[in-house]
Ligand binder design. Structure first.
Ligand SMILES: Nc1ncnc2c1ncn2[C@@H]1O[C@H](COP(=O)(O)OP(=O)(O)OP(=O)(O)O)[C@@H](O)[C@H]1O
Ligand SMILES: [Mg+2]
Length: 264
């Protein structure tokens, strides 16, 4: 049974409080729903409705521990109500963990767990029930991190699935068609290679070292963890995408290092 409600019947109970983001594709509001703080997302701009509906449908298809919790949705109006994650996006992690009430969580254990969660989510997307999904809205690190939210207990969910094409359905994908992308993206994603290739989920694997490095930064034993992970991270940067590991292989290595940290 679907755990969320058909929003069109209940939308009059949703009262926007303030706008979190008058974003490019969507309006994101903190709202009140029967005394609960929730997020209300409205995709009213005609130009982006299709893309936004795609994202909402993906969230619906992938409901579970790895994605933002949906409360209600309305396909016709391209609106949804979702759980409000007060800690915000992964992009804010450093600021968040500097806050006095959370600073005691700013340690290698928390940061390794977030790295494990990130790679688990990638593994889930690459083996999802609706195809091999690639996180395409990720041309630079900050952009990629902004697609993930931090839960109240400092775990991770993926939130923005608007641009997650299926490799199998589209016989290879093409995320960007622009010049000037830096080394954060895989060689096959960069100009002029993009004119000759279509590519697959291994573009996500290329980005893993930069993400994990940023998550592990700046705490006691960061260098130890990074040293232990170095070999695996190097293989993520194989020029030939086929030689890069799968998300699951990276995950096993992260779990090994997590165990080392726990035991020492
Ligand atoms: N459920 C939520 N709880 C808390 N914050 C949220 C939630 N949903 C979105 N946000 C905040 O809004 C930001 C943007 O969300 P999202 O990635 O879905 O929009 P976007 O489509 O990328 O916006 P843009 O149109 O700029 O590309 C997130 O990074 C996060 O800070
Ligand atoms: Mg986004």
């Amino acid at each position: 049974m679907r755990a969320f409600i058909e929003l069109f019947k209940y939308r009059f109970h949703v009262h926007p409080i303030n706008r979190i983001k008058g974003a490019f594709t969507k309006q994101i509001w903190l709202a009140d729903w029967k005394g609960h703080q929730v997020i209300y997302v409205n995709c009213s701009r005609t130009k982006f409705k299709k893309r936004c509906l795609f994202g909402i449908t993906r969230l619906e298809q992938l409901q579970g521990p790895y994605v933002t919790r949906l409360i209600g949705l309305c396909h016709d109006k391209v609106e949804m109500v979702a759980m409000y994650y007060k800690h915000g996006s992964l992009r804010r992690l450093d600021q968040l963990l500097k806050q006095p009430e959370l600073s005691h969580y700013n340690n290698i254990q928390t940061r390794l767990q977030l790295s494990v969660d990130y790679v688990k989510i990638m593994n889930y997307l690459h083996n999802s029930p609706v195809g091999i999904l690639v996180m395409c809205d990720a041309a630079y690190l900050g952009r990629l991190l902004s697609q993930f939210l931090i839960t109240d207990d400092l775990r991770l969910v993926v939130n923005d699935l608007d641009y997650t094409p299926d490799v199998t359905q589209e016989n290879g994908i093409l995320c960007h068609q622009k010049k000037g992308l830096g080394k954060f993206v895989a060689p096959e994603e960069r100009w002029p290679n993009i004119s000759t290739y279509s590519y697959d989920e291994k573009v996500d694997i290329w980005k893993l070292p930069a993400v994990v490095e940023s998550l592990l930064d700046g705490v006691n034993r960061s260098s130890f963890a990074k040293r232990e992970l170095r070999k695996m991270m190097e293989t993520c940067h194989a020029t030939n995408p086929e030689q890069r590991p799968t998300a699951n292989e990276v995950l096993q290595e992260l779990l090994r290092v997590q165990q080392l940290i726990i035991n020492n």
